[in-house]
Design a protein around this ligand. Sequence first.
Ligand code: ADP
Ligand code: MG
Length: 223
Amino acid sequence: MNVHEYQAKALFREFGVAVPNGQLATTPEEAERAAKALGSPVVVVKAQVHAGGRGKAGGVKVVKSPAEAKQAASQILGMTLHTPQTPPEGKLVRKVYVEAGSNIVKEYYLAVLFDRASEKFAVVASTEGGMEIEVVAEKSPDKILTSQVDPNLGLREYQARDLGFRLGLDGEQIKKFVPFVMALYALYQAKDCSQVEINPLVLTAEGDFFALDGKLNFDDNAL
Ligand code: ADP
Ligand code: MG
């Protein structure tokens, strides 16, 4: 089972995985009201479809006013999105997520998944966020950092801290990164996920980490 970004982010929020404020909209007028309510100078209007690669396909628009948000929503709603992850006929967009824009300093990749080969969980991170992780894995496998998690012990804080160091984070950043990763792992466990992926995880100018994208897959057998 797959969920939309806005649903994944509602779960992130519930578990303390930091996400920007946002609201769902199904009409351009709703998108305008949502942007007004967010009160953010920069707002991002994002197509809600069960596929990644929306940004490059025109399904993510960064705007600077509620009026522009309305206009962006009117372009995105009703469009058929074609990305490398959609079926050949594309995906019709019926909803947009209107989100406060983040002041991005750096984009990372972060995921928790089940590693069948080792029969363990794995936390996977990379400094090469924002692009397809498969491409990173092929071109620069050394940029993919992994931490194996024993299912009986769960993720330990020292493992999250070590991952932060390997990502090149400084002390202050690691203080924020560790609880972020711990919260993500708690969500992964509590909701019987087979995979949780954040791409990009961003570091903002204010020094905070935010999940700007969220992909959750659930173990159907667990359901
Ligand atoms: P997809 O992976 O489907 O293309 P994302 O949610 O990852 O969609 O968005 C694509 C890009 O848009 C991100 O890598 C990021 O650079 C930018 N973006 C998305 N959400 C925000 C936001 N709230 N603030 C600023 N930039 C954003
Ligand atoms: Mg993404």
